[in-house]
Design a protein around this ligand. Structure first.
Ligand SMILES: NC(=O)c1ccc[n+]([C@@H]2O[C@H](COP(=O)([O-])OP(=O)(O)OC[C@H]3O[C@@H](n4cnc5c(N)ncnc54)[C@H](O)[C@@H]3O)[C@@H](O)[C@H]2O)c1
Length: 308
């Protein structure tokens, strides 16, 4: 809840007049100060309660109330870091934590569980928009754990009738984007007049999705009659990384210097969400363009402390 998407979701729920209990353990994947800043507005609101707890270890029984709406976004994200010695973090935070939440839900069943999954479960797919019934083909240990998390949620739903929904987010961007994500790193490099690190030739495409649009989809998944279903949440207009760099050159008024690296292992060449199902069942309508969303992220990062 103190992370990138979770903090935006909590703010939206508060704006809607809900009471929110946010749980986070301030995992050190990125610095606590950034996550504390994400919580600043929320902590000032009497309807928000924050609990610092590790979902993979703490007693969760007092955190889950019967008939609450439970949004499970806590995870160890990142494709590159999921290879090698950190794999245990992915298993712990993406699988064990999910299993413990589901067990706690059996004692006090929520009226809805929304599980944050990822486009990473698809890997490489035939060209064109990818529907939810495509064959999952994760290319990284991260994608594998997110898919396993989905399966775990479905297993508990089938076994015990828990009303769960899985949402597959496609590359999310906007203010508070995680510091390891490409737009954040690019903007940071431009602000500090350093070359920016580019993995691959820049022609890989991503279905970039603005964070407020993702939040609208998450909220709808908790409100509509869609228990048991799975949805893609994408921005709808894929762009290449080179397109993004051009937009950043325009925003910054500078030309970017690129430090080229080989493509990251486990990164698909293209992602593109077929959002027909979300449009029909969740009335999902992404409406912030890449250019406008990038402008908002640029503005936000201009007020953030520069990382060294
Ligand atoms: N950002 C994206 O583009 C994207 C794309 C697809 C899916 N997702 C999924 O969306 C969710 C949110 O992603 P994000 O980008 O906001 O990441 P984030 O890292 O900013 O937020 C995740 C939060 O979970 C917390 N956390 C991790 N393990 C925990 C544990 N054991 N107990 C308590 N808290 C724990 C972290 O401290 C962090 O604040 C994740 O499930 C991620 O897999 C994100």
């Amino acid at each position: 809840m103190a992370g990138f998407i979770g903090s935006h979701l909590a703010e939206r729920l508060i704006q809607m007049g809900r009471h929110v209990v946010g749980v986070d353990d301030f995992d050190d994947y990125y610095i606590r100060a950034t996550k504390e800043r994400n919580l600043l507005t929320l902590r000032r609101d009497g309807r928000f309660k924050f609990v610092e707890a590790d979902l993979a270890a703490s007693d969760l029984s007092h955190l889950i109330i019967t008939n609450c709406r439970l949004f499970h976004l806590a995870a160890q994200p990142g494709v590159r870091g999921s290879w090698g010695p950190q794999f245990d973090r992915y298993v712990r935070n993406n699988l064990l934590a999910t299993q413990r939440i589901l067990e706690a839900c059996l004692r006090s069943p929520p009226s809805r569980i929304v599980y944050a999954s990822s486009s990473s479960i698809y890997g490489d797919q035939p060209p064109g928009p990818c529907p939810e019934n495509a064959n999952p083909n994760p290319l990284s240990p991260y994608g594998m754990t997110k898919l396993a998390g989905e399966h775990l949620v479905r297993t508990y739903s089938k076994g015990y009738g828990l009303p769960a929904v899985a949402l597959r987010f496609f590359t999310v961007f906007g203010p508070r984007q995680r510091p390891d994500m490409a737009f954040n790193r690019f903007i940071q490099a431009i602000r500090t007049h350093r070359p920016l690190t580019l993995f691959g030739d820049g022609r890989q495409t991503r279905d970039f999705t603005y964070v407020d649009d993702i939040v609208s989809g998450i909220v709808a998944a908790a409100e509509e009659e869609v228990a048991g279903e799975t949805f893609n949440l994408g921005g709808g207009s894929p762009a290449t990384v080179l397109d993004v760099l051009k937009l950043l050159e325009k925003l910054s008024g500078r030309s970017v210097e690129i430090e080229a690296h080989p493509p990251g292992v486990g990164e698909p060449r293209a992602t593109w969400a077929d959002t027909t199902r979300a449009r029909t069942r969740l009335h999902y309508r992404p409406n912030v363009s890449l250019a406008e969303g990038l402008r908002r992220q640029w503005e936000w990062q201009s007020t953030e402390p520069l990382a060294s």
